[in-house]
Design a protein around this ligand. Structure first.
Ligand code: ADP
Ligand code: MG
Length: 236
């Protein structure tokens, strides 16, 4: 792969947002949430995104994850300019290169932990046996080798989030986006779940952007970003 030749992005970042703008109409007026937001995250790097409710963190993450389109500006995923892709190709890029973890696990309740991690792989074309092997490996990486047959309802909150982390990396994404992944957990469980998220990010050399209200966890990441007046500002 001659990435250096084909990449339109000058940096080695796996995730890069450049001058992203996004506003919403609210009745008569317009709310500018992102007003020229830029950031980049490299392989194996974890960046925290903090800030008050309503400052645009989820909007930024949804745009970074190609779930939502910016009004203007560019999102590069592994050097690929997503704005240049047609919708079907952008969806493919998202499925192949981006993993998500949300505040609430969003696991499928009628399937086991193993199946929840297998399903995205099978949707991506892997056969059942390969998907099952990889799912078992990933669940072991998050310490759930003894819970593979449990349905989400029989798992604790922390265990559910660990399955969600394993699922997020099931297709070996280049970018991992997490929106308050420990927001629903007690402090000790949050620390444990974050530890797994960090370990898997480093092990897979994924670029991670993590929204959190937990200062302790933010301080454990490589840098801390916030959104001020629609711009991304680095706090630490
Ligand atoms: P955060 O995640 O930091 O709490 P959000 O990105 O969810 O913030 O929201 C930022 C602002 O944009 C908020 O004021 C919110 O009300 C507004 N907003 C978000 N999504 C929409 C939408 N689909 N329509 C209108 N306003 C929205
Ligand atoms: Mg939010």
């Amino acid at each position: 792969m001659s990435e250096s030749m084909s990449s339109p992005s000058p940096s080695q970042a796996l995730l890069e947002l450049r001058d992203v703008r996004r506003g919403y109409h609210q009745g008569e007026s317009r709310l500018d949430v992102l007003n020229g937001a830029s950031l980049s995250v490299r392989a194996g790097e974890m960046k925290a995104l903090v800030g008050p409710s309503g400052s645009g963190k989820s909007t930024l993450l949804n745009i970074a994850g190609l779930l939502e389109q910016p009004d203007s500006g560019t999102v590069f995923i592994d050097g690929i300019d997503s704005a240049r892709l047609r919708s079907a190709k952008r969806t493919l890029l998202r499925r192949q290169h981006i993993g998500f973890v949300f505040q609430f696990h969003r696991l499928l309740p009628e399937f086991s932990a193993l199946e929840n991690v297998m399903i995205p792989q099978m949707l991506a074309g892997l056969d059942k046996f390969e998907a099952s092997d990889r799912a078992a490996q990933l669940l072991a990486m998050v310490g759930l080798q003894d819970r593979v047959d449990h349905r989400p309802g029989l798992l604790s909150g922390g265990e559910q989030q660990r399955v969600a982390i394993a699922r997020a990396v099931a297709n070996a994404p280049r970018v991992l986006l997490a929106d308050e992944p420990t927001g629903n957990l007690d402090p000790d469980t949050a620390k444990d779940v974050f530890g797994h998220l960090a370990a898997i990010t480093r092990a897979t050399r994924t670029a991670a952007l993590v929204v959190t209200h937990n200062q302790q966890l933010a301080l454990n990441m490589d840098s801390i970003l916030t959104i001020e007046n629609g711009h991304v500002v680095e706090l630490a």
